[in-house]
Design a protein around this ligand. Structure first.
Ligand code: ZN
Ligand code: ZN
Length: 283
């Protein structure tokens, strides 16, 4: 956490406009970090024959909603995140009030909802029923179960070789990547799972969203004076992924780096490219 706090300070100095969102990120990470030690999740169960399914069929080990969740910890975290949200801005404060009212009146069964894990349909349904901002509600639920998800991912990590999967989706949970990372050793490229945070290797010339490998339709641009960040564009599917280049940057939390470079997303969108996995922090 010390490293994260120092990096937040550094980024705030460099880009004061991001102060609010970076402070918010730090508070959420602190709350998640606090509960980590008390987290208890059961052993992960894998399908029979998973090795073959993974190697031959390209099936991920589990589904997004299969991660076991520590309910008690998640409820506590949900309450902390509501508090942080309340203090962050008036829109979130208003949403949190509505959510808490529905929970207090036993109209939303938080325990049941968190138990279902990352069940997007259910979250959407509840948000619609109580006229909640879907993005805010999903953000609160997902970040409350995130420490459980990451603990589950850690359990499965040893089953896989991150260097040999080479596909555009996560071998653990099948989700799309939120970011791409270039790392020291010869500039190897990795993808970061948007759901469980697993990292796996891919080829340098590759669009994870449409599997395009043609050099002529894959290009990138950097922000001015920001060679540590680039936007990798694919002209075949007109989508992009942001890349954090750690050859030009000290090791840091990639999600934080993503948040501090939202101006690059605006540029990409102005050029007509879409980000398949929107940044969940821009609520
Ligand atoms: Zn994953
Ligand atoms: Zn593509």
């Amino acid at each position: 956490m010390e490293k994260l706090r120092a990096r937040v300070q550094q980024l705030k100095k460099k880009r004061p406009g991001y102060g609010e969102i970076l402070d918010f990120y730090q508070k959420v990470k602190e709350a998640q970090n606090k509960v980590k030690a008390s987290l208890k999740i059961g052993p992960m169960k894998l399908k029979k024959g998973w090795k073959d399914l993974l190697a031959k069929e390209g099936f991920s080990l589990i589904q997004k909603e299969d991660f076991p969740v520590d309910i008690e910890v998640s409820i506590k975290l949900f309450q902390s995140l509501c508090q942080i949200g309340k203090e962050a801005n008036s829109h979130m404060a208003e949403q949190v009030e509505k959510i808490n009212e529905a929970i207090d009146n036993k109209k939303i069964d938080l325990k049941k909802l968190l138990k279902m894990g990352a069940n997007e349909k259910k979250i959407e349904q509840v948000a619609a029923e109580f006229e909640l901002d879907k993005k805010v509600f999903a953000f609160l639920v997902w970040n409350s179960i995130k420490p459980s998800i990451e603990a589950g991912m850690e359990q499965l990590r040893s089953e896989l070789d991150p260097e040999t999967w080479l596909k555009g989706y996560c071998p653990i949970c099948g989700s799309l990547p939120s970011l791409s990372l270039l790392k020291e050793e010869g500039g190897k490229r990795y993808l970061l799972c948007s759901h469980c945070s697993y990292q796996w290797r891919i080829d340098r010339l590759f669009c994870p969203f449409c599997n395009n490998r043609e050099q002529k339709s894959l290009q990138y641009f950097c922000g001015e004076g920001e060679e540590a960040y680039r936007i990798d564009l694919c002209d075949k599917c007109r989508q992009y992924i942001k890349t954090v280049d750690y050859r030009n940057l000290e090791e840091s939390d990639p999600v934080l780096e993503d948040l501090a470079t939202l101006h690059l997303d605006i540029l990409a969108s102005q050029k007509g490219y879409k980000r398949p996995v929107p940044n969940p922090w821009t609520i």
